[in-house]
Design a protein around this ligand. Structure first.
Ligand code: NAD
Ligand code: MG
Length: 295
């Protein structure tokens, strides 16, 4: 039986809660649902080797769980302070019978980020799926208060790191590989308080479409996932002002389905894009926004 998407997950007000960036998912109330209890695989990514940035929590964790249950070995990157979340994901991947590789480090550091690709290739004995989910978002209501430090940090994490990873990965990716970026509804319809973050998401959309054309002759597909409002550590660690947290996804911003999404609702989309089912899809942005406009 299909489930009603309106009532499938909570639409209760979320309690206000603040953590320092990047936030630890296991300390959130409620803890986001990343499909730990629900995602069932059917061998769609059997034998694949994936690196997922931001794989400790939220949307990246949902992708990591789904990929492992579909038969992929999975390496995840995250910030060292997120080790408690990452350890949970390691266990979930191993429980699925797959190899789990933990590669903590800061994507704003070019040397680390370039070496991350080579560590993943070494540990996974190859790489055919590069899933870039990591991102930072700090709301600042007035652009005159946006510091250069924050501006640089947001662009390094969200945009520059993609260039460094892709440059290192391309020579090693076999035909049939998939590169997946994570953009946002913000890339199309920016919130006024996200004057650094939203343009990084527009940049990711441009990067995805251009790279898809450049890599098509190698048989490498490049696509993006554009989420709407999803309940995650990103939002409670400065991504939204605290007054927006209770009605997040309901009113601030308002998604037509009347609730925030849960990361579990995206795992299958990341699987689809990487899988053979999507072999004719490249240069696309796949939106799952709860009905918010994203094009
Ligand atoms: P999340 O906090 O669970 O995941 C973001 C991850 O980014 C963190 O877990 C962290 O590991 C990683 N990260 C941040 N800065 C980093 C750095 N300097 N180095 C290495 N890793 C770093 O939150 P999420 O909502 O699951 O976010 C995942 C992606 O989805 C982000 O790109 C975000 O912009 C995007 N997104 C989220 C929403 C939403 O409503 N949650 C909406 C649209 C897009
Ligand atoms: Mg995290």
């Amino acid at each position: 039986m299909p489930q009603n998407p309106i009532t499938k997950y909570t639409n209760e007000d979320f309690p206000k809660q603040f953590q320092e960036q990047p936030g630890i998912q296991r300390e959130m109330t409620p803890i986001p649902d990343c499909g730990e209890k629900t995602y069932k695989g059917s061998g769609q990514l059997k034998g694949r080797k994936a690196l997922i940035t931001g794989g400790d929590s939220g949307i990246g964790r949902a992708a990591a769980i789904a990929y492992a249950r579909e038969g992929a070995d999975v390496a995840i990157n995250y910030l060292p302070v997120e080790e408690p979340d990452a350890q949970e994901v390691k266990k979930l991947i191993e429980d699925a019978g797959q190899k789990a590789v933990l590669l903590p480090g800061d994507l704003r550091d070019e040397d680390f980020t370039r070496s991350l690709i080579h560590s993943a290739i070494k540990e996974l004995d190859g790489l055919d799926t590069l899933v870039m989910v990591a991102g930072e978002q700090q709301a600042v209501e007035d652009i005159t208060n946006l510091s250069t430090e924050q501006l640089v940090s947001t662009f390094q994490t969200n945009v520059f790191s993609m260039y460094w990873m892709v440059q290192e990965a391309i020579p090693h990716l076999p035909a049939g590989s998939s590169i997946i970026t994570t953009s946002s509804v913000e890339g199309y319809d920016p919130s006024p308080m996200l004057m650094d973050y939203a343009p990084t998401k527009s940049a990711i959309i441009g990067f995805t479409k251009g790279l898809a054309k450049q890599l098509s002759s190698k048989g490498i597909r490049v696509n993006s996932v554009a989420p709407g409002p999803y309940w995650s550590a990103l939002q409670i660690s400065g991504g939204q002002p605290q007054e927006n947290i209770p009605k997040f996804g309901k009113e601030t911003p308002a998604a037509p389905l009347g609730r925030a999404g849960q990361p579990a609702e995206l795992g299958g989309l990341y699987v689809y894009i990487a899988s053979e089912h999507a072999s004719y899809a490249t240069g696309h942005v796949f939106s799952a926004t709860g009905g918010m406009r994203a094009n």
